[in-house]
Ligand binder design. Structure first.
Ligand code: GDP
Ligand code: MG
Length: 175
């Protein structure tokens, strides 16, 4: 089948915004309809530089503000694990604006194990909306994210689109 890209990360980091951007923008670039293209909420298809792949958004994660933090974290990990199991490339999304928390560190540890087993992982710091934030990334969050040991992290803005093409290029190079 087509390679699968999984978007994982805490709630509210911008996974669904990124998912929609990848699927919507690429849909317009399609020169022909792909049979079986799903309009499912969590799975989408994209084609970048002639390479087709599926994208899965782990946005099905449940939980709300009344959920205990421990349970919440556990649900995130469970859902992320399901999505990651089948993925050829895992895109680990963190929130540049709110910074790194224990949940990010836990996910990073799981991803290191997967990377060691041969799965590809890309780390993106989302919500880097301005040039100032992109420049600040070099001196600020980059060091922290590099310590995850998952490869070179890079800033992105799902809302504005900065860095999204860069991400897609990195993905296609891994496929
Ligand atoms: P998810 O829970 O990880 O799927 O996150 P969502 O895609 O639902 O986004 C959570 C919130 O972050 C929403 O209010 C989005 O509009 C916002 N958001 C997503 N991407 C960006 C971004 O690049 N910059 C900013 N400033 N906000 C973003
Ligand atoms: Mg979501």
């Amino acid at each position: 089948g087509k390679p699968l890209i999984a978007l994982v990360g805490k709630p509210n980091v911008g996974k669904s915004t990124l998912f929609n951007r990848i699927v919507e923008s690429q849909r317009q670039a399609l020169v022909e309809d792909i049979p079986g293209t799903t309009r499912d909420r969590y799975y989408g298809e994209a084609i970048v530089y002639g390479k087709q792949f599926q994208v899965v958004d782990t946005g099905g994660m449940v939980g709300d503000s009344t959920t205990q933090q421990d349970q919440f974290s556990q649900m995130i990990k469970t859902q992320a694990t399901i999505a990651m199991d089948e993925a050829d490339v895992i895109v680990f999304v963190v929130d540049y604006r709110t910074g790194i928390t224990q949940v990010d560190r836990d996910l990073a540890r799981m991803l290191r194990n997967r990377q060691q087993k041969g799965q590809h992982v890309l780390v993106v710091a989302n919500k880097a909306d301005s040039h100032m934030m992109i420049e600040g990334f070099e001196t600020d969050m980059k060091t922290t994210l590099t310590r995850f040991g998952l490869g070179e992290p890079f800033p992105m803005s799902s809302i504005h689109g900065h860095g999204v093409l860069d991400l897609l290029e990195r993905i296609t190079k891994l496929l």
